[in-house]
Design a protein around this ligand. Structure first.
Ligand SMILES: [Zn+2]
Length: 106
């Protein structure tokens, strides 16, 4: 004779583990996609996808796309450039952008 409570308990356990496995599988798929995107995009221009090459401008290391001519820099590069020979139009522009950003984040 089967015990209905035992069957119910077993069904609930199986359902729990099925849901847990599904979550783990989805997380694994997301991680794989993230890794693939990072691998594919590494050293590529975010605008056109061509290879970017390192360059130096006023002593600041930047990345330049040989196809579209885009120049890519990180937040520290931007700060370094803005402080190169301040006050320049770049410094004023950068500070205005920063102030605007800070105002929006309040
Ligand atoms: Zn490009």
């Amino acid at each position: 004779m089967t015990n209905l409570w035992d069957e119910r308990k077993k069904a609930l356990e199986e359902d729990y583990f099925r849901k847990e496995n599904k979550k783990k599988l989805e997380n694994l798929k997301e991680n794989i996609v993230d890794c693939e995107v990072k691998t594919i995009c590494k050293d590529r221009c975010p605008k056109c996808g061509a290879h970017i090459v390192p360059m130096t401008f006023q002593g600041v290391p930047l990345d330049r796309c040989e196809d579209c001519g885009g120049v890519w820099l990180g937040p520290n590069d931007l700060i370094a450039l803005s402080q190169r020979d301040a006050p320049t139009w770049f410094d004023k522009w950068f500070k205005a952008e920063e102030l605007e950003r800070l105002e929006q984040n309040k």
